[in-house]
Design a protein around this ligand. Structure first.
Ligand SMILES: Nc1nc2c(ncn2[C@@H]2O[C@H](COP(=O)(O)OP(=O)(O)OP(=O)(O)O)[C@@H](O)[C@H]2O)c(=O)[nH]1
Ligand SMILES: [Mg+2]
Length: 529
């Protein structure tokens, strides 16, 4: 033990300065030691930074998509999935078939509504169809921004000779009448998101900014795998049924719900049950199903009826007289969401499987907030995870946004700038562009988002370009536009400056303004930055 204490510490011996060290040697040694210390500290710092970065990388990037209804939020998510989570996209692709079918037949039914209205307006009171017409919410027509007139369709002249529709058009429409019931069945199957009706809202553009309703918990949250996709994902191969009996069921339902009486009149849904059926609609008579709940097999039934109507649907859309009626009423269904009539033959065909583009173009309203998890498989972000929150943009759904403002890294705000001449579906008094600007202002000024990066997508530039080239004048709806040229470049520059100005004036602290001109329906096409 005593020997051990007498032994010098080998470490101290190793680092002690050499004996007989001259001042110059000492200075050089100290320089060397200081340099080694600096290097060591640098290495420590580097290790610390790498650890931090790794920790950060494990934290998912949280991205929130905001914007009014039909601004393109869900379409943007589909684009992200296509680019970065293709396997997940593929897994869900087949489930979109029913949505696309619903989109297709909704266009057909809406057009038929207009045609009946045209016939009714040009008929004498005795042979006018006795029915009430549901408002068109999906077709985009011209609007007068300053007008308080709530009517959506210009009334045609009441001159019977001016009506281009003939008896053969009536027959075509009657043959397609089973699609009304198919629409109802698919809507029931797909749930509230597929309904055309939305509660009107008195909450303004940004209800959370009014206080009170903004502090709700995430009660509306649903994940991307729940809801209708889950239900449709369970669809299994069902035994093929007799096409005739399937069509017969729908013809019976359709005839009772809305097909014309033998005099060619259309009975209102309230008048179902009585009366004789037309020769077209009553080929097969089957007992009414007791249970109305849609099952997997019913979706297949709907697909069969749609397939049997494929030719008639194409004929309706290609018909010059039908186009003339739509055009007279300033109706452009082809510019509305979820328009598939140009592809009716393909989409309605038996065995149809949606393509990637079909899925991107399909329209299904988002209810509540959907969470999408994307794991980057390649590129500089490989291994990192993104959580994308896609919200329902209708005014009545915006209260659910506020809880998602917390702990978010970035927001993509979509403003559809082609909508400068359209009204909000939830509140017909409000111009859609005006609603987007109000919403943008509320988002910019929300203090909880003061440190969050906002990225603005001025979307639907493809539709804007079409509209402008048709001669729709921005100044007629946005008087402050003045006499500037009515071309894409000038219009987008003006709209962008409006959004930029709001960001600069209403952000609680300075933030960089990032904006892009986009047409997300054509693969998140960034037209310019
Ligand atoms: N032509 C064109 N259509 C677009 C564009 N972006 C979206 N759409 C279409 O507009 C419709 C509505 O788009 P969605 O992405 O469902 O809109 P959303 O913002 O999610 O709407 P909500 O879920 O109601 O809030 C879809 O049918 C899209 O295909 C675009 O840039 N150009
Ligand atoms: Mg959506």
């Amino acid at each position: 033990m005593a020997r051990a204490l007498e032994t010098p510490d080998p470490l101290a011996v190793a680092i002690e300065p050499p004996q007989n060290e001259t001042p110059a040697e000492r200075w050089a040694r100290e320089q060397r030691e200081a340099h080694a210390r600096r290097i060591s500290e640098q290495i420590d710092e580097q290790i610390r930074a790498e650890k931090q970065a790794m920790k950060k990388r494990r934290q998912p990037m949280r991205l929130l998509l905001l914007g009014q209804s039909e601004s393109g939020k869900s379409t943007t998510v589909k684009n992200f999935q296509l680019a970065y989570a293709y396997d997940a996209f593929l897994a869900e692709r087949a489930a979109w078939r029913a949505v696309i079918h619903l989109n297709l037949i909704r266009s057909v039914n809406n057009i038929i509504e207009i045609l009946w209205k045209e016939i009714s307006a040009n008929s004498s009171p005795t042979d006018a169809p006795a029915r009430s017409y549901t408002p068109m919410t999906e077709l985009h027509g011209a609007l007068d921004a300053d007008s308080d007139d709530e009517s959506e369709e210009p009334e045609p002249s009441a001159d019977p000779s001016s009506c281009p529709l003939t008896e053969s058009h009536r027959e075509l429409m009657l043959r397609l009448s089973p699609l009304r019931q198919v629409q109802r069945d698919l809507e029931r199957s797909l749930g509230a998101a597929s309904s055309e009706e939305l509660p009107t809202s008195s909450g303004g553009a940004a209800p959370w900014s009014l206080g009170g309703g903004g502090w709700r918990t995430r009660e509306f949250s649903v994940t991307s795998r729940s809801g209708w996709k889950g239900a449709l994902g369970r669809i299994r191969e069902v035994g093929r049924k007799s096409i005739d009996s399937t069509i017969g069921r729908y013809e019976r339902r359709g005839s009772e719900a809305s097909s014309p009486s033998p005099e060619g009149r259309v009975s209102s849904p309230a008048k179902t049950g009585g009366g004789r059926r037309s020769s077209v609609a009553a080929r097969v008579s089957l007992p009414e199903r007791a249970v109305e709940k849609m099952e997997d097999a019913d979706i297949e039934d709907a697909a069969e009826v749609i397939a049997s109507c494929a030719e008639d649907m194409s004929a309706l859309w290609q018909d010059p007289a039908v186009r003339a009626v739509l055009s007279n009423r300033c109706m452009r269904p082809e510019e509305g969401p979820g328009f598939f009539l140009n592809d009716a033959a393909r989409v309605a065909a038996r065995g149809y499987q949606p393509s990637n583009d079909d899925v991107v173009r399909a329209r299904l309203r988002t209810m509540g907030v959907q969470e999408h998890r994307i794991m980057f498989e390649k590129g500089s972000d490989a291994g990192s995870e993104w959580l994308i929150y896609d919200v329902g943009g209708a005014r009545s759904l915006r209260n659910a946004w506020y809880p998602y403002f917390d702990n978010i890294n970035a927001i993509i705000f979509l403003a559809p700038i082609s909508c400068f001449d359209e009204r909000l579906a939830e509140d017909r008094r409000v111009n859609r562009l005006q609603d987007s600007l109000l919403l943008w202002k509320a988002v910019c000024s929300t203090s909880l988002l003061a440190g969050v990066q906002l990225i603005l997508f001025l979307n639907k530039c493809d539709l804007l370009e079409k509209k402008l080239s048709r001669g729709v004048r921005v100044v007629d709806y946005v008087p402050t536009y003045g006499s500037k040229p009515n071309d894409l470049e000038s219009v987008t520059r003006y709209f962008r400056s409006q959004f930029k100005d709001i960001s600069a004036r209403h952000s609680p602290k300075p933030r960089v303004f990032y904006s892009f001109l986009t047409s997300v329906v054509v693969r998140l096409l960034l037209l310019s930055a």
